[in-house]
Design a protein around this ligand. Sequence first.
Ligand SMILES: [Mn+2]
Length: 382
Amino acid sequence: MAAIPALPPSPGAAKVAPTSMGNAPSPRETDRPPAPASNQFLQRDRLRKLLQVAKEHHRALILTHDNPDPDAVASACGLAYLLGQCAGLSTTAAYGGIIGRAENKAMLRVLHLPIQPVSRVEHQPRDLVCLVDTQPEVGNYSLSSPEVPQLVIDHHPARPASLLASFHDVGGPAGATSTMVTQYLRAARLVPGPHLATALFYGIKSDTRDLGREYEPADIDCYNWLFPLIDKPALSRIEHPSVPARYFAAYHRAYERARLHGGGEAVVADMGEVYVPEIVPEVAERLVSLEGLRWSLATGSYKGELYLSLRLNDRRVNAGKLVREICAPLGGSAGGHGAMAGARIPLRGRSPELLTNDIFATFLRAFHLRPGPGTPLVPLEP
Ligand SMILES: [Mn+2]
């Protein structure tokens, strides 16, 4: 893949750096004067609006989506820092579900990030609920009270309901919410300490798969800005964590059960019951690197819910849209974008095996493949 020129462009260079993703640049990038100046102006303007809303409040709860990934965790901590420093708010960052993936657990432990399970802080007084890396309509966050989040920052495609929030910055262009939060810190002339910088850096790095997927010039720009600020040995400890034996067992089972369809253009894996939900997207991610593959789909059940992850190598299909269309009628909440998407479907007494078989058949048909048993990815030894 061709490298994206880093911003800012040299004097006299094209106004808009073309992206190798083929994405149409947003109108604000094509506005004159050239990108850096107008971006800075727009960013400061957005920061002013954000702080205007924030300053009408005193205590903020900043919530991520359930089972948060590094991007969600870093964004929540970054926004907490911004609101505390620039708007004088007392802040609590929290998540629903669990943080189960070894890298993500290491991230919290190594960086001592100020984020906790929402069940522990839900009853604390607050007058502002913020949402990062997800949006109210998606429904994949845990809040038992009926409050509507009034401050929403998310790089996923904008949902109509988000526009009702007092402050919303949704849809990017950014490959990670951490990029958007970093832009706010920069606009506020705040320099994050090494731990927060490392978290934001890892958020961008992991959501864009090392700046190799669904990234934007803004991601590269913030990645480069953060790099001198990060704690490198800490990052290494996060990216190379030790894992429990169950991890290998889950992978073994996934590989053993994975079935190829359409002459190797698709692979589906029913992982059965999983010990952490995050292993489902991890396996889908691993499987999509199979040579010649168009898409991978993995499912696993955890505590009465079926988790599903789709990964695509095919840019003509929108993973987020497809997963929503298939999983919403099954009662699931779904999220995602171009090449990656996931859903969580309450089993409500349904058998995970049967539901998974139905889902596999539906996806195969959606990709114009014939449902059926397929062939094993790993041929059984004689
Ligand atoms: Mn994200």
